[in-house]
Design a binder for this molecule. Structure first.
Ligand SMILES: [Zn+2]
Length: 85
């Protein structure tokens, strides 16, 4: 019996984590296709490594990815930083 939602299916042109490490979101670990999508760098397209889930001031958790190619960190969810510098 398929308990996945009809909309949860792999999309063409995207990469997915099929067999992840323990704790990593992957198809084999029971996560959805959407959750198991491989995040890629918006600038160079390199698949990103999940660095950590970090806690911001708002209390929300953000998945932080690192691109070796660009040497930059990419938060998946947009940060709402209202601080003025
Ligand atoms: Zn990059």
């Amino acid at each position: 019996m398929n308990t996945r939602k009809p909309t949860d299916r792999p999309e063409h042109g995207k990469q997915y984590v099929l067999c992840g490490k323990p704790g990593q979101k992957s198809i084999a670990n029971g996560n959805t296709w959407q959750e198991s999508e491989v995040k890629t760098c918006k600038q160079c397209g390199t698949p990103l490594d999940l660095v950590d889930d970090i806690d911001y001031e708002s209390g929300s958790w953000v998945e932080l990815y690192y691109c070796e190619n660009c040497d930059t960190y990419s938060p998946v969810k947009p940060l709402t930083d209202t601080r003025t510098t």
